[in-house]
Write a protein that binds this ligand. Structure first.
Ligand code: HEM
Ligand code: HEM
Length: 456
């Protein structure tokens, strides 16, 4: 495949395709979240229809938020900024658009097969073998497109965002194949405890070696640009990058502290979960010092505002995560809604916010005109922020009730009525987040399609 070299302005067709992908699947994903939350409030409401029982809705929600909304949103920005950082064009827009189409087909097939009950039944690795193969191929194609762009670059220095994106794509292709035991198409699993260890090696790498580096890449691009400031420290960015790779790869077993895995492995996972403070703070100090004294500029740019808020959430979720890896803490927080709260701070508050920031920063650059509606984007920002913080409060309280009841040997049927009000509130907040996703999709579509100038 040859690079498309012509003199006209770049089309950014791939970035555009991934913007649409992210905004569309955010709607579908949050709808599934809302459906699941409603079923937890009123289990009989959907009449136990097979295609939408909770056990099928939940994995659909999770796979769609991870691979439909957040990852494509972060990639959309990368398909814009990587060529710019390298002083060249994307190696192949055709290949990029082809990848986006294959990606969407995989997502649509995932929704249908999960609804039909076709699952490999392992959390975060539910998808059946043909979809697994497509996902791995898609990550490899994205990596190939980026690495070939690096090869034809004009700019000698490889800025840290490029490092993060390249690492995120190639490592995910590898860990996805490993975690989904892709060499066993029928079961997609090993047997017993080794399977659990491998699964969670992969499971936490989805957050640590996919969402985190892609989000860091966007933040490292958007914040210096929006504030018109040089990055605070190149050395810190290197420290953050390498320590993330070294430390994160060892922490998956912190999901299995209540499981009979070897003690030495738990110790490694716990120690490295605490050591995560190194990559986290190296990244955050770097970004925050870059933005120091420039909060006005961040506030003025809706993309940067989403991204900066995402970095604050990264601080909270990571500090919380390090504590959750301590066995004494996890005795209360494991197996309940505390973890679901943590998951939404991380995947929505941190990576999702940065993905949306990437979209809203990138779209005006691609189209050459303002967003269709800055007001709608701002409105979406507040709906998500309020919804996400609300989730955190109600799910954390519900989790503490459940965790303490578990420790005290309380029976489940007595605990469920106690957390009912929190489930109802969560469903209400979820409706708000889902509505914001619909508004966001409308804003994205109109921003691309409105020909003459956008609205303020
Ligand atoms: C220093 C960083 C972090 C540490 C030490 C950490 C630690 C943990 C621990 C110990 C658990 C398991 C809790 C349990 O089952 O009892 C967990 C779950 C989880 N974490 Fe984190 N976390 C960190 C950052 C993040 C980030 C940045 C994200 C998202 C991008 C994230 C997403 C999740 C999710 C989705 C789960 C739920 C997994 C499940 O379905 O059981 N975490 N985390
Ligand atoms: C785009 C925004 C969202 C993201 C990134 C997201 C992410 C996630 C993740 C990672 C999990 C797995 C949690 C775990 O296993 O610990 C999860 C579960 C869940 N989410 Fe979301 N979510 C989002 C929006 C929503 C919305 C709007 C709702 C509606 C209320 C919702 C409801 C749920 C429910 C009910 C579960 C299952 C919890 C359980 O198993 O008890 N989510 N979500």
């Amino acid at each position: 495949m040859n690079a498309e070299i012509n003199e006209s302005a770049p089309s950014y067709a791939t970035a555009k395709a991934f913007c649409y992908t992210s905004a569309f699947w955010m709607m579908v994903a949050t709808f599934y979240g809302l459906l699941g939350a409603t079923e937890l409030v009123a289990p009989d409401l959907t009449g136990n229809l097979g295609h939408i029982v909770f056990g099928r809705v939940r994995p659909t929600h999770i796979n769609l938020v991870l691979f439909g909304f957040v990852t494509p949103g972060l990639l959309a920005a990368a398909f814009y900024y990587i060529p710019r950082l390298l002083g060249t064009r994307l190696f192949s827009e055709k290949l990029g658009v082809f990848t986006a189409v294959a990606w969407n087909l995989a997502l649509a097939t995932a929704v249908i097969t999960l609804a039909m009950g076709m699952t490999q039944g392992r959390e975060y690795a539910e998808l059946i073998w043909p979809i697994d193969v497509t996902v791995v191929a898609a990550f490899l194609l994205v990596f190939f497109n980026f690495i070939m762009t690096v090869r034809q670059r004009e700019e000698k220095v490889l800025y840290v965002s490029v490092w993060y994106v390249l690492a995120g794509c190639i490592l995910t292709a590898c860990t996805y194949a490993l975690g989904n035991v892709i060499w066993r198409p029928n079961s997609g699993a090993l047997v017993g405890i080794p399977d659990a260890i491998l699964l969670w090696f992969y499971g936490h790498n989805v957050f640590g070696l996919l969402l985190t580096p892609l989000s860091a890449g966007v933040a490292y691009y958007v914040i210096p640009r929006a504030t018109r400031s040089p990055l605070y420290s190149h050395t810190l960015s290197l420290l953050g990058f390498w320590s993330l790779l070294v430390v994160y790869t060892h922490i998956g077993t912190h999901h299995l502290l209540q499981v009979p895995v070897p003690t030495w492995l738990k110790v490694v996972a716990i120690v490295d979960s605490i050591a995560m403070v190194i990559p986290v703070m190296a990244f955050l100090i770097n970004i925050w010092y870059t933005a120091k004294g420039k909060l006005g500029e961040i506030h003025a740019d809706i993309g940067a505002k989403f991204v900066f808020t995402g970095t604050i959430m990264y601080f909270f979720v990571s500090i919380q995560g390090s504590f959750m890896a301590l066995p004494d803490v996890q005795r209360v927080t494991h197996f309940n809604n505390w973890v679901v709260a943590h998951a939404h701070i991380g995947v929505l508050g941190f990576a999702g916010m940065i993905a949306l920031g990437g979209l809203y920063y990138t779209i005006p650059k691609i189209t050459g005109r303002p967003l269709f509606s800055r007001f709608l984007a701002d409105f979406q920002y507040w709906m998500i922020l309020i919804g996400m913080v609300g989730f955190t409060i109600v799910l954390t309280i519900a989790g503490l009730i459940q965790g303490n009841a578990w420790l005290n040997g309380e029976t489940v049927y007595r605990v469920l009525p106690e957390i009912h009000a929190y489930y109802v509130t969560r469903a209400g907040l979820g409706l708000m987040i889902f509505s914001s996703a619909v508004l966001g999709f409308y804003n994205v579509v109109r921003s691309f399609q409105t020909r003459s100038g956008g609205r303020p």
